[in-house]
Design a binder for this molecule. Structure first.
Ligand code: CA
Length: 226
């Protein structure tokens, strides 16, 4: 489990980091809102702990930017006051839970465990193929650790191919799973999306993973494909 802690108060951050590491979480720490955004979009995290009062960009701005840019990772906000408006604001902006400062570290751990237990969180959320990594919970994709921005449909198509890794997938299956509609042989929608995905995923210096077989369909594989 990899967590990102966005908190500017050093003593508080140190105490949280120590407690989190004791529970075997891997923790990265960002000191202001913008640094937090940069970190969150450059590598996949399982959970983000976000303080509200931060320099450069505050926690509200950070959280709404995450959601506006499609980052689905669970966010636990640390609010300075227990004011109801603050909690509602956080939840409206897409936070999953909040904790009012000052809090007990045991309470923090309990909230994190509760967020991790939520339904889709049960399955292993990481799919790794060669240097490609998908986090199906946050719906984020990286190649050799570099975050790749995809549209919702591009992501859905990639996840569909990745879940069937090493198996040739025909267009009917892809169309049903990604577009929830029967395949239209007169449309080149799938081809078009595959082309876009390849540009983003099979980048220079990396092994090509997405392959086409005429009339049959597509396959995502790191193995030799002819
Ligand atoms: Ca703060």
């Amino acid at each position: 489990m990899r967590l990102l802690l966005i908190e500017d108060e050093e003593a508080a951050a140190r105490a949280m980091e120590k407690a989190l590491r004791r529970e075997n979480y891997r923790v990265d720490h960002a000191l202001d809102g913008q640094a937090g955004i940069d970190a969150a979009f450059s590598s996949p995290y399982d959970l983000i702990i976000l303080d509200v009062r931060l320099p450069v960009k505050d926690g509200w701005e950070v959280c709404s930017e995450f959601r506006a840019r499609g980052l689905q990772v669970p966010v636990l906000m640390l609010t300075a006051s227990g004011a109801t408006e603050d909690r509602i604001k956080g939840l409206d902006l897409g936070a999953d839970d909040y904790l009012t400062k000052p809090f007990d570290l045991g309470e923090l751990m309990a909230r994190i465990r509760a967020l991790m237990r939520r339904k889709p969180l049960i399955e292993d959320s990481n799919i790794r193929i060669d240097t490609l990594e998908l986090n199906t919970r946050s719906r984020t994709v990286s190649r050799s650790g570099n975050f790749i921005r995809l549209t919702a449909k591009e992501y859905a198509l990639l996840e569909c191919l990745a879940r069937g890794v090493d198996t040739l997938m025909n267009r009917d299956t892809i169309s049903e799973r990604v577009w929830d509609a029967p395949y239209d042989p007169f449309s080149n929608l799938i081809e078009e999306y595959i082309k876009r995905l390849r540009k983003k995923i099979d980048i220079e210096g990396e092994k090509p993973l997405i392959h086409a077989r005429r009339r049959e369909g597509y396959i995502l594989t790191a193995k030799k494909f002819a």
